[in-house]
Design a protein around this ligand. Structure first.
Ligand SMILES: [Fe+2]
Length: 157
């Protein structure tokens, strides 16, 4: 662990902390805005995502203080298209989760070969976030549609 570039690692960890805290706020916010027949399961799914983001934020924050650094109290960008349709919420989520995933990959890059524990943590989080993004992608497909939602022409821009 002595070989890691502590400043770079803490920099990425702080951006991750901000991104995960933004996830807590974003999913909680969405959960208030679900109306219609599907409300109950969708609200509980959104709240579970908020809880998971909080656990991730806590894990990241503990790493920051484990490295003897000060955790950021800022919060990441909060996308809000002010739409109350589930599709818009899920598309925003997919975008935000993609940004968090990129940060965990960046974490893996800066610790690779220098800290087994941080490398393991980064890999676990990449695993969790990729599965999560895949789940959201499936929710964005229409029943019977097999092709992934991400990367489609209408999802760009
Ligand atoms: Fe996360």
């Amino acid at each position: 662990m002595n070989d890691i570039d502590k400043q770079a690692v803490v920099g990425v960890l702080n951006r991750l902390l901000e991104a995960e805290l933004a996830g807590v706020v974003r999913y909680t916010h969405y959960s208030f805005l679900v109306f219609g027949f599907g409300r109950i399961p969708i609200v509980s799914w959104l709240r579970a995502q908020a809880d998971e983001s909080l656990v991730h934020a806590q894990q990241v924050g503990e790493w920051i203080t484990a490295l003897g650094a000060y955790p950021s109290l800022a919060i990441g960008p909060l996308l809000d298209s002010h739409k109350t349709d589930i599709g818009a919420m899920l598309r925003e989520s997919l975008q935000a989760e993609g940004a968090a995933l990129a940060l965990y990959r960046e974490l893996l890059d800066v610790v690779a070969g220098n800290s087994v524990a941080l490398e393991e943590f980064a890999r676990q989080m990449i695993h969790a976030e990729e599965l999560h993004a895949a789940e959201v992608d499936k929710m964005l497909r229409k029943p019977g549609e097999l092709a992934a939602f991400a990367g489609r022409e209408d999802t760009k821009g």
